[in-house]
Write a new protein. Sequence first.
Length: 246
Amino acid sequence: MKKNIILDLLIDNIKTLFYALVIAVIIRSFLIQPFYIPSSSMEPTLLVGDRIFVSKLSYGYSKHSLPFSPPIYNRRVLATAPNYGDLVVFKTPADNRTDYIKRLIGLPGDKIQFINGKVKINENYIIRKLVSTNYEIRCGSSNIEVNAYEEILPNGSKYIAVYKKEGSYQNSDVFTVPKNNYFFLGDNRDCSKDSRYLSSVGFVKDINLVGKAQIIFFSNDTINGSMLNIFNLHNSFRLKRLFKIL
């Protein structure tokens, strides 16, 4: 009798765990997915240690919406095109496995060019306004001084981009964005591998889009503070960033 009760409890627990796992996979694959920001390439918009929710609904679904990107279908389903300024998580074309998050700058057919550090989209410079000089930003394990600019994209989307006056990427040939592809930049221009670097990132196919960043749900400074040190929590948690809409 006792063995039957124990067996029934074990089966019930296994069923509960299985259903919970199925629900978690469905939510993660089709609704929202949490992501951790490990690098400074999107500062000051996203900081190292930010945790964000990414909407899978925003652009429809592809194999990369599912865990481990199973090769079951090579097109997007219920596709909706992203727009200028969106913060997009995508799989890097180099390995179709690594998650990157960058800002969408170029749509299919756009011509992108860098001239003296300024960005041109289809022969028109991105509108920019100097916000701050000697702005300190993180780049890897170091801090660098940069200028901060408010940039305005063709659809009116505004954001802050930071880079040195002389910049690490001054001039380029014209990038013509292919059909069904997109061009992305990091907001921290001197500390970002993005579509400017064709061998490592380059143009990103629409099937590689994972979702749109929506909100910061948690943030802690993993360099200047640690959650493991109870006496240093005030240097770790970034309360002002909690539930910040992106």
